[in-house]
Design a protein around this ligand. Structure first.
Ligand code: AMP
Ligand code: MN
Ligand code: MN
Ligand code: MN
Length: 282
């Protein structure tokens, strides 16, 4: 049901729209329930909720946490959480501080590669220094003609282990899930098809996530092909996880993604919204 979009970004992380603009666009695209899931930030949730009230749209307060499992960076979405919960606030501040320091280091690496001036440019794109994302650097590399597109920016410079990549001290997978549960939310393993890991490792990741107290995984996302969505649907059922869906909308720099536009959940999946609606699937 594309009227429910549980993954989106505003300019409080690496999206291009303000929360109010995002909500207006979601409304125009027929979305009725929207989760704002900015990277390591809940700063946009209040503004989104206010804008949504006027349009009769429901906002699910949410976040997308950056975390580490073994040596991979993975993302955990927290849905329906108390955004003012103290432990969450503290952990988000730590992640933001690390993000801010990393931005300067990435800029230094790019400068060493004879590409000066990136820091000022990405700072101008981002809401503040501590919300600068690799996506902003990728956009700068595209705009200055160094690469042909976002993918090439990550393949050449920003991806894990590439020339301008800076390893990050993100919280652990277990910590991410515990924080979300502690704030009364539901932990969702984000875009499981997008990690560069084997299917065996993916199963181990899902197992670790479930063991940590995770409740759901994303199954229907905008960029996955139908056979992968079917596969993820099977995995969610095998591991006893609910299934989530969302566009991961970022805005104009990723024009191939639109709010509310993705496939339906495969039959047999238990939708994640049952967890807060208290109903059950047929
Ligand atoms: P960060 O959280 O700052 O490390 O940045 C990660 C963000 O960069 C993701 O949330 C995506 O929006 C974006 N990203 C990561 N990999 C790619 C890629 N290969 N192509 C385009 N965007 C990407
Ligand atoms: Mn992003
Ligand atoms: Mn993500
Ligand atoms: Mn996202």
């Amino acid at each position: 049901m594309p009227a429910i979009d549980l993954h989106s970004h505003s300019f409080y992380s690496d999206g291009t729209l303000s929360p109010a603009e995002l909500v207006a666009r979601a409304h125009a695209k027929g979305v009725q329930v929207l989760a704002l899931t900015d990277h390591d930030s809940v700063h946009g949730v209040a503004e989104a909720s206010t804008a949504a009230q006027e349009l009769g749209l429901t906002i699910v307060p949410a976040v997308e946490l950056s975390a580490v499992w073994r040596h991979w960076t993975i993302h955990v979405v927290g849905l329906g959480l108390d955004i003012a919960q103290p432990a969450l606030t503290e952990a988000l501040a730590l992640q933001a501080g690390a993000r801010g320091r990393r931005a300067r280091q990435i800029a230094e690496r790019l400068e060493a590669l004879r590409m000066p001036g990136s820091y000022e440019a990405v700072l101008a794109m981002a809401k503040d220094a501590d919300s600068i994302s690799r996506a902003h650097f990728a956009q700068w590399l595209v705009e200055t003609g160094r690469v042909t597109g976002m993918q090439q920016a990550f393949d050449r410079y920003l991806g894990q282990g590439k020339k301008a990549d800076v390893p990050m001290p993100w919280m652990s997978l277990e910590e991410a899930v515990a924080l979300i549960n502690g704030a009364g939310g539901h932990a969702v393993l984000a875009h499981p098809g997008r990690y560069s890991i084997t299917r065996t490792k993916l199963r181990e990741l899902i197992q670790a996530f479930k063991q940590a107290g995770g409740e759901a995984m994303e199954v229907a996302t905008a960029t996955e092909k139908p056979d992968i969505i079917r596969y993820l649907g099977q995995l969610s059922q095998q591991f006893g996880l609910h299934a989530s869906q969302g566009s991961d909308y970022h805005g104009s720099q990723m024009p191939w993604i639109e709010l509310g536009r993705f496939a339906e959940l495969p039959a047999g999946c238990r939708p994640v919204w049952e967890l807060w609606q208290g109903c059950s699937s047929a």
